[in-house]
Every structure is written in C-alpha cells, then in structure tokens.
Design a protein around this ligand. Structure first.
Ligand code: BES
Ligand code: MN
Ligand code: ZN
Length: 515
C-alpha cells in the first residue's frame, strides 16, 4: 500500500512533484492563499504561464512545470485544472484526479505532494476528497501481470509474461497538503487509509476478474479465500466441496456444475469485527461462474471470452471482504457466501427441461442452461438465510445481458423485496460514484416464471429479462431484507480498455461502513 499522509507544510517534504489545483474562474486565488504556496508559484513563474493562456484551469487540463534542481520543495509542479468553481462536484473532482494520474504515469515520481484543493461545497467535504484521492491513486497501482506473478501462478513465468505494458509510476508516498480547513490530523489520515484500503479491495476484485478461466477455477477461488484467511485474523474461511453440497441438497447449484470437470466449491468468508457493536449480520452472496459457456444452451462464440468475467459478483465480494479485513472499519459481522462453478456443455451436462429439487424444497425446471447464475444463487441465498439469519442480505451477479440493454455500462440494477433498502443502496451508490438504479419486482413479472412441470421455470421469456431473473431470486428469500445487484453492464470494460472495473466494491464497502 502507498504511504499516505497529511501535512500542513510543503517545506522539508522533498517531493518529486507537487500537484496544485486551480479553479478556472479563480486562478488568482492560489496566489494569495498562503505564503508558502505563493512562493512556490512565484518560483515556477506560474503567473506568466497563466497570463500567456497556457494553463486555463479547465477541468481535466494539466500543465507540468520544471522547477530546476535547486528548488527547496520540489523539482516539478503539476498544475491541475478543476473547472468552474460553481460547477464543482464529486464527478469533477474524480476527473481532476484522473488527469493527475495520467499526467504522472510516465514520470519517475516516488513521492507525490498534493495541494488539496479547497472544499467548495457540502457535497465535497475535505475527508471525502482525501479518501477519494487515496482510493484513486492506490487503485491505479494495479498491474495485471505483476499481480499474477506475485500470486505465484505457474502459468505466468517471468519469461512468458510480456504484458507489462500498462506501466504506472512507482509511487511510494503521497503527502496531502491540507490547509486550515482541516485541523484534525487523525481524521485526515483515517480518510486516507480508508481510501487506500478500498483501492486494495477494488484491485483484488479486478485481479480475480481479469484472470483467465483456466487459472481462475472454483478451486482457485477457494484457495484464494484460504490465503486471505491466513493473512487476516479477522477472517474465517469455510469451503464445501460437491459431496458436502450434495448432502445439503444443493441440487440446483450442482446442476450447473455437473457438465464440468472442475469441481464446484461453496466458499464462506466470515469477518469478525474487533468489538461487535450489535448482533447484526450482513450477508453478501456473489455469483462465481468462473466460465459461462451457456452449457447445452450454448452461447454464440463472438466475445465468449468475456464470460471469464462471470465470476465478477464473487470477485466483488472478495474485494469487499479484503477491504473490511484491511481497514477493520466495520463493527458488524459480515459473511460472504460464494457459490463457485463452471458452466460447460458435456454428456453429463444438464439438458433443457431437466428438473431439480432445490435446497429450499422448491423444484426448478431448467428451460435454458444459460440462465445458470440464478440457479447457483438460489441455493446459496436460501442456505445463507437459514444459516446466518442475516439482518440484511445482498447478492451481486453478472446475471443478465438484458441489464446491459436496460441500463448500459453506467449503472448497476438493484432489485429488492424492500423499496426503502433499494433506495438506500441507490443513495450510497450515488454518493460514491458507483451508481445503481432500481427495477421493480411486481407479481405480474413473477408470473412469467410459470412451469407446467415444476414449481417454476428458470426463465421468463424475452420480456423484462433482468426483472424475471430478480423475481426468480426473490422466491428463495423467505423473510430477510434482501437486494440483488445485477452488475452485468458495469463489472468490466470491453474493447481496448478491456478489464475488470472493481465495481460495485465502492458501493458495497461504503454501504457496509455506514451500518
Ligand atoms: N452471465 C450471463 C449474463 C451476461 C451476458 C452478462 C452477457 C454479461 C454479458 C448469464 O448467465 C446469462 O447467460 N444470462 C442469459 C439469461 C437468458 C438465457 C434468460 C442472458 O442474459 O442471455
Ligand atoms: Mn449464462
Ligand atoms: Zn452467467
């Protein structure tokens, strides 16, 4: 983890670069802010750069200024445009940090100074700014291949691993210069630590998501959990194999896995807080389909490789648990439940029309083997509800392509048996720029799951595909406040920037610490 600290003075910091933010309509403000900053700006001839029009303070604009070797504070200043002060917002602040990251990426900067830009509105508090800064800077240290190497995966030896192209700056330390607006140093450092921990959690999610499916199998995920358990005392790990699941009657879950050579694993990670403030328990359930071919209802081959991301729900639950363990910021028991399977066609695979008896006692007719996520989640949800009697339960899944049609790649879908809970999640998502939007679960949709031969079918037809999937899950939750996040559109990026995003870890983590 990068070493993040707050400081009130630039002197004696010996940074490799200091970033200074400017609102486009208040370019002069920094020159009278405090004498130290004024001196630094004068040394860099910044007033001239501004009067020449080379730096306007436009949002996302950066301008690198060399200070010469002899400057007492820093050899470089990076001017950062914050846009119009009137329009300042969390979104704009994120953009400004992103522009800092791309500007410093090619530079050999180990120690970065950031002159924290004055908080402008209530929405953008100084603690939020510190947390986000640490989060985004920690997040950008993610390097897929390097991480894979560190995890000791045999597939990636030093010689065949040539994908180190996404170089990032070797950042070791970040000093955040906060002015008079914050006087509680501890509060500032806590915000930085929380943000950095969240960055680590998000990177764990991205790492697991990006792994190819021949490495990231259900067994790999189980071993990964065991490793986390060894690393953190506050985490307890339990792993069930197929025989255990059979004994428990998780036949609907096992029906997805039966066509694969890879053994299904049922992973539980329990986080025990230092001092529990209540008897509450939060349960997170993550869809862990390590590869989704569709099974006998085989998917078309175009972009099928992206179905290695079908365990991103599970990965986001792993990442959230990593964040909790690292930051120890939550005083409530949290349990992660991860059904992990591979969905393959084979002579042993489930055939359309096959019927299975679920853990809950209800029977399911599998009309489409490609609607497998809801099947593994069904048994996981009823098991988790019965075993942990949670106060609240959230499942996370790349559940339906229809969700991408409905909401695109910007918002996750949230569905719930409790509108107030859905609203709460939407609000938290909005406040941490990891937004979601509620879809309804009316009975009229639920009826579409009718089967002539079992208690229900696993699909509801073409209409309202995300909602009927949500209705299916709802049937396996008896009396717990529950929400389902469909992250099919937000869990990874396509095209040139292909890669896992780490969403919705910010939403989950921030909701949990607010409990
Ligand atoms: N994992 C997919 C959903 C998915 C597809 C996520 C594309 C992201 C991108 C899921 O298992 C699936 O195949 N769902 C089917 C359901 C259908 C058969 C009712 C779908 O969305 O087509
Ligand atoms: Mn599928
Ligand atoms: Zn799937």
């Amino acid at each position: 983890m990068i070493d993040f600290i707050t400081t009130t003075a630039l002197q004696n910091q010996s940074c490799d670069c200091i970033c200074i933010g400017f609102y486009s309509d208040k370019l002069q403000e920094n020159f009278s802010a405090n004498s130290e900053l004024t001196t630094l700006l004068r040394d860099g001839n910044i007033e001239e750069i501004i009067s020449q029009g080379d730096f306007t303070g436009k949002l996302g604009l950066t301008h690198l200024v060399s200070m010469g070797k002899n400057n007492a504070c820093t050899p470089r200043i990076l001017l950062v445009g914050l846009g119009e002060s009137e329009k300042c917002s969390k979104k704009n602040y994120h953009k400004a940090i992103e522009s800092i990251i791309s500007a410093i990426k090619p530079l050999p900067i180990k120690h970065l100074g950031v002159h924290l830009f004055a908080a402008c509105k209530e929405e953008l508090s100084i603690t939020y700014m510190l947390q986000q800064l640490a989060f985004q800077l920690q997040r950008q240290t993610y390097q897929y291949s390097k991480q894979a190497l560190q995890q000791g995966i045999a597939l990636y030896t030093k010689d065949n691993c040539s994908k180190d192209t996404d170089k990032h700056t070797p950042l070791e330390k970040v000093s955040c210069i906060v002015n008079q607006t914050i006087n509680d140093e501890q509060q500032g450092n806590d915000a930085l630590f929380l943000g950095a921990s969240l960055g680590m959690g998000v990177n764990t999610t991205r790492f697991l998501g990006d792994l190819p499916a021949n490495v990231c199998t259900p067994t790999y995920l189980a071993n990964f959990a065991e490793q986390m358990g060894q690393q953190y005392d506050c985490l307890t790990i339990r792993v069930k194999d197929e025989a255990d699941m059979q004994q428990l009657g998780m036949n609907v879950l096992l029906s997805v896995s039966q066509g694969s050579k890879q053994e299904a694993k049922f992973i539980e990670i329990e986080y025990t807080p230092g001092q529990a403030k209540s008897n509450d328990t939060i349960v997170l359930v993550g869809k862990g389909v390590t590869f989704d071919t569709g099974g006998i209802s085989l998917k078309p081959s175009a972009s099928m490789d992206e179905m290695k991301y079908d365990m991103c729900g599970a990965a986001s639950v792993f990442g959230t648990m990593h964040f909790l363990a690292e930051s120890m910021s939550c005083q409530t028991r949290v349990v992660a439940v991860i059904p992990a399977v591979e969905n393959m066609p084979s002579d042993r695979a489930t055939k359309p029309g096959d019927i299975f008896l679920s853990y809950s006692g209800k029977t399911v007719e599998v009309l489409n083997t490609d609607a497998e996520g809801r099947l593994i989640l069904a048994d996981a949800l009823s098991y988790a509800e019965e075993t942990y009697q949670p106060t609240k339960m959230i499942n996370v899944a790349t559940l339906t392509g229809a969700c991408i049609i409905a909401l695109g790649n910007h918002r996750s879908a949230v569905m719930s048996n409790d509108d107030a809970f859905a609203k709460e999640l939407m609000e938290v998502g909005q406040s941490v720029c990891d937004p979601c939007w509620q879809l309804p679960l009316d009975d009229e949709y639920d009826k579409l799951l009718h089967s002539n031969f079992a208690d229900m079918a696993n699909i509801g037809g073409r209409a309202a595909g995300s909602i009927t999937a949500g209705c299916f899950l709802k049937r396996f939750v008896k009396n717990t406040t529950w929400a389902h996040l469909d992250i099919a559109g937000v869990a990874w990026l396509e095209g040139k920037k292909k890669g896992a995003t780490g969403r919705p870890v910010p939403l989950l983590a921030n909701w949990i610490i607010q409990q």
